[in-house]
Every structure is written in structure tokens, then in C-alpha cells.
Ligand binder design. Structure first.
Ligand code: AMP
Length: 279
């Protein structure tokens, strides 16, 4: 496995592989890898000749009061994991090599204004910008994203369609801890007590899934989910919403595919979880 730091060395490697007719898969990450990331890398390994993992804490997707500095990092452990999973390249650039101020941004407005976009107004603009840059640097045939960040996945699909990126976007299921908590690099912020409290998210997901399968109305589902979370003293709801799976706008009646998504503060840590329901 090769570790690349610059855009040029990454491009040179990829060009050679492309000349040989090899297919390229990309897994964009912010590092501090866990089994959620590993599931994307494994799928990418199965479906492509070359696997590129990007490991970059992207500053443009963090708001001024968010956890950019505190975000956990362990590149040595990440590169060992990528190597053990058979990745060919781990691209680990410095922010100064990715961004030269002032620089262009990419944004997909309507889908980015709801759910997490309300609390994190610049977040998806930063995500679309860095993912576009990675797509242009790596020129993958396929790129792998987790359903864990369902709004991000919907936005990336729309971006690829709108901007004619010739890339197949592969969505991968949420990987959870045994007790149900969705794996996240941010789980490391939780104290023992908060870690227990955080289970209210996956409990709400399960209850919501059961109710929607039995034909309950959107408001009944959301009320039940909110009750479960509000019963946990350490939890504070940012949002619990049901939206159209494609345009991310609120729905009241479940007649098309929907996404039921939530963001909840456990102490100071903001966690997200969701489930999709196909009609
Ligand atoms: P991040 O490093 O948090 O930016 O995540 C990189 C990619 O891994 C994104 O596509 C995430 O959706 C995906 N991912 C993160 N956590 C999980 C998880 N628990 N299950 C599946 N995919 C995940």
C-alpha cells in the first residue's frame, strides 16, 4: 500500500493504473477509522481493481464553533487498517495542499438546507467541495459512502447527477456496535455514562421502524421517537424528522420512500442516526 500526501503523486499513480485499464474505487473518510469505514473499504475491495482511501479531516465542513481541532486523529492506526483490508493507496493530504484561499466551492442548496443543514449551515457546502476535489483528483469509477450520513449520501448522488460526474455512487448500510449504537469517530468523545445514554438514538430508530412498518402516520412515529429520546436526561434533540428520501423535504404521509433521521446531543457530543423506509 502506498501513502500519498500530494495531489500530484496521487494523480501520477492513478494515471498509470488507468492506462493499464484498471478500475478505481474511492472511499472518502476523515480518518480515525472504525468498522463502519472498514465495511466501505471491504466493499470497494470486492468491486474494483484499485482501492483508494482518502484520510483527510476537511476543515471547510466544520463551522467556526465546531470540533475541527478536537476531531480524533490516528493516522498510523488508520494506515495499518487500510493495509490489512487490501487498500492500494491512502491519500493523506495537508489542508494547505488541498485549499488555497480564496477558493471555489460547490454547493447543492435545497437538499442542504434541511435536517443537519439547519444546525450546520456550511457543512454540506464543505462536503460537496471536498468530495468534488477528491473525485477530480482520484477520478474513480465508483465511490463508497455510508447510509449513516444519509443526507450526505443523497446530496452526493444529486451532485453527481447535476454536475455529470461519471462516477457510480455506492451506498453502504449502517454498521452498529453490538448494543445498537451506530459506529462513529465521535463516539470516542462520550463518557461511560453518556455512552449508555446514547443508546436512546438506536432505541428510537427501532421503535420508529416498527411503527412505520405497521402503518403508523408520520407524526405518530416521530412523537414516539421523540418521547424515547426525551426520556433520557443526558439527551437533547436537535431534530427528529421524516423527509422525502430524494429531496430531503418534510413529509406528513408515508406514500413515497422516506428517510427518518435525527441528530441528538448527548452532553456536548452531537450524534446522528437514521433509517430509510421504502414504500
Ligand atoms: P467520516 O470519516 O465520518 O467522514 O465517514 C466516512 C464515510 O464512512 C462516510 O461515507 C460515512 O457515512 C461512512 N460511515 C461512518 N460511520 C459509518 C457507519 N457506522 N456505518 C457505515 N458507514 C459509516
Amino acid at each position: 500500500m502506498q501513502v500519498t500526501k500530494t495531489v500530484k503523486e496521487t494523480r501520477d499513480l492513478i494515471k498509470n493504473w488507468k492506462r493499464e485499464g484498471k478500475t478505481i474505487g474511492l472511499v472518502p473518510t476523515m480518518g480515525f477509522l472504525h468498522e463502519g469505514h472498514a465495511s466501505l473499504i471491504k466493499r470497494c475491495r470486492e468491486e474494483n481493481d484499485i482501492v483508494v482511501v482518502s484520510d483527510f479531516v476537511n476543515p471547510t465542513q466544520f463551522g467556526p464553533t465546531e470540533d475541527l481541532e478536537a476531531y480524533p486523529r490516528d493516522f498510523k492506526r488508520d494506515s495499518e487498517l487500510c493495509e490489512s483490508l487490501g487498500a492500494d493507496v491512502i491519500f493523506h493530504p495537508e489542508p494547505k495542499d488541498m485549499y488555497h484561499d480564496p477558493h471555489a466551492f460547490v454547493s447543492i442548496d435545497t437538499l442542504s438546507d434541511t435536517l443537519c443543514g439547519k444546525t450546520r449551515p456550511i457543512h454540506f457546502k464543505g462536503v460537496c467541495t471536498v468530495v468534488s476535489k477528491l473525485f477530480n483528483i482520484v477520478t474513480p469509477d465508483r465511490a463508497y459512502f455510508g447510509q449513516k450520513d444519509a443526507q450526505q449520501l443523497a446530496i452526493i448522488r444529486k451532485m453527481v447527477q447535476d454536475l455529470n460526474f461519471d462516477i457510480q455512487i455506492v451506498g453502504c448500510p449502517i454498521i452498529r456496535e453490538e448494543d445498537g449504537l451506530a459506529k462513529s469517530s465521535r463516539n470516542t468523545y462520550l463518557s461511560e455514562e453518556e455512552r449508555k445514554a446514547a443508546l436512546c438514538l438506536s432505541r428510537a430508530v427501532k421503535a420508529g421502524q416498527n411503527m412505520i412498518c405497521k402503518g403508523s402516520k408520520a407524526e405518530e412515529v416521530l412523537t414516539k421517537m421523540r418521547e424515547i429520546i426525551e426520556a433520557e436526561p443526558l439527551a437533547k434533540i436537535d431534530y427528529v424528522s421524516m423527509v422525502d428520501a430524494l429531496d430531503m423535504q418534510s413529509v406528513e404521509i408515508v406514500e413515497k420512500d422516506v428517510l427518518v433521521a435525527m441528530a441528538v446531543y448527548i452532553g456536548k457530543t452531537r450524534l446522528i442516526d437514521n433509517f430509510s423506509y421504502e414504500v
